[in-house]
Design a protein around this ligand. Structure first.
Ligand code: HEC
Ligand code: HEC
Ligand code: HEC
Ligand code: HEC
Ligand code: HEC
Length: 291
């Protein structure tokens, strides 16, 4: 129909096709960005909590340990939010008139738990488990950031699949001694600040918080020298015959063979081995998280 649509309209049609294509692409990019944006993931947002509880005050200020409140984090899939009773351990005596704490007192009086808003909340089709992560040397700080410096809680990470997979692909880069999982300021070893580790899990084969012993001071000059080990062995019989009812003395450690680590890569691979962590292909398989 050249009499109706001349040459220029052909060009126009081509143009609009290109334009439509561009718009579709732009829309796709925007949607993708949106999906990753903090607005959707709620990363970094402070929720409007019934009580403005400050981790900074209670952890950094008062020196409370995470386990004091999140009691099940090493034993179960849930870290758990503390019951009002935990707050009342102190707030029955301190700040008893503070307006800020009214919801806490009310919860205590009525027995209704404080309606905390979840900051981290995975969809139901994702399986997550705290105990396995912390017992295999992933620190709270790796996933939750510097909680001890948060006046109000927020999510440091997106918790999107990509984020989980980034670690499951190569967990070694994030592994630390299990004795350090609550340490908010843990730093990977370097030439200047090495870490020495010795494995003690040879017998049981089951990694526990005690199975790898790591220290940040050269153990050659501290506890594990041959003289010390001899002294400790000599002391055993006396301890063994201690009167019944006495507190049992700590078991005498065998002479530990400490290895020195000066990079996260070295330490990570040592721990990968001793914590018996599956290979990354297994850890990336869909059934791990979608059961
Ligand atoms: C005195 C008790 C107490 C201590 C100690 C404590 N927390 Fe909490 N934590 C809470 C309460 C209460 C909440 C719920 C209110 C909120 O989100 O701020 C919470 C919430 C959290 C959340 C977010 C939960 C969610 O909704 O997704 C994380 C993560 C967390 N705590 C980590 C830690 C870590 C890590 C430590 C140790 C460095 C710690 N907490 C120490 C009481 C405590
Ligand atoms: C070990 C004792 C202890 C426990 C347990 C404790 N608090 Fe506190 N809390 C304090 C002290 C002490 C202060 C005053 C801190 C200051 O002024 O530096 C305080 C202050 C507060 C404040 C005032 C704002 C602030 O952070 O300074 C709020 C709100 C609060 N606590 C809520 C809670 C809640 C909710 C819980 C239970 C999840 C809880 N506290 C558990 C000792 C405790
Ligand atoms: C491997 C990453 C990772 C590590 C390590 C980790 N968390 Fe979490 N945490 C999460 C995820 C993911 C959620 C959300 C779980 C959900 O929605 O089912 C969460 C949720 C929480 C909650 C909310 C209550 C709950 O159990 O869902 C608390 C409290 C918490 N974590 C505390 C801690 C503490 C304390 C530690 C260290 C001992 C820790 N977390 C270590 C990833 C982690
Ligand atoms: C910083 C590292 C890290 C991050 C982030 C991480 N994981 Fe893991 N995850 C591990 C390690 C290490 C193991 C232990 C693997 C082993 O023992 O073989 C593990 C194991 C698991 C397991 C296996 C549990 C079982 O009983 O078999 C599940 C499920 C899991 N992770 C889910 C998640 C999910 C979901 C996320 C994201 C919300 C996540 N992980 C984020 C490091 C991580
Ligand atoms: C380490 C844990 C983990 C593994 C392994 C994993 N996923 Fe996921 N997956 C997640 C998490 C966490 C989410 C939720 C993301 C969110 O809330 O944005 C998710 C979400 C999804 C979704 C929903 C769409 C989306 O992206 O939000 C699909 C589909 C999915 N996963 C498929 C898979 C498939 C297929 C595999 C195997 C190739 C797989 N997942 C392996 C953790 C995992």
């Amino acid at each position: 129909m050249p009499q109706i649509f001349d040459r220029s309209s052909n060009a126009l049609a081509r143009m609009s096709l290109v334009l439509t294509g561009l718009i579709v692409i732009a829309l796709g990019v925007t949607l993708d960005q949106l999906q990753r944006s903090p607005w959707v993931t709620r990363q970094g947002q402070r929720a409007e909590q019934p009580v403005p509880f400050s981790h900074k005050h209670h952890v950094q200020g008062l020196g409370l340990q995470c386990q004091y409140c999140h009691t099940t984090v090493e034993k179960s899939s849930y870290a758990g939010i503390p019951p009002t009773r935990t707050c009342m351990n102190c707030h029955a005596q301190i700040w008893t008139n503070a307006q800020l704490l009214e919801p806490v007192r009310q919860s205590w009086a009525t027995g209704q738990s404080i309606p905390w808003i979840k900051v981290h909340d995975l969809p139901d089709f994702v399986y997550f488990n705290h105990s396995i992560h912390v017992n295999k040397g992933i620190g709270c700080e790796t996933c939750h950031g510097r909680v001890d410096e948060m006046p109000l809680m927020y999510a440091q990470n997106t918790l999107q699949m990509e984020w989980c997979l980034d670690c499951h692909r190569n967990p070694a880069k994030n592994l630390r001694p299990t004795s350090q999982i609550y340490n908010m300021a843990w730093k990977s070893p370097t030439e200047d600040q090495p870490v020495w580790c010795a494995a003690t899990d040879a017998k049981t084969g089951v990694p526990t918080a005690q199975s790898v012993d790591c220290v940040t001071r050269d153990p050659g000059s501290a506890g594990a020298s041959p003289e010390m080990a001899l002294l400790q062995t000599a002391a055993t019989p006396a301890n063994a015959s201690a009167p019944a009812g006495d507190v049992a003395p700590a078991a005498v450690p065998a002479v530990l063979h400490y290895r020195k680590f000066t990079s996260q890569d070295q330490l990570g691979h040592f721990l990968l081995d001793h914590y018996k962590i599956r290979n990354s292909r297994d850890l990336m398989s869909c059934e791990v998280c979608h059961r």
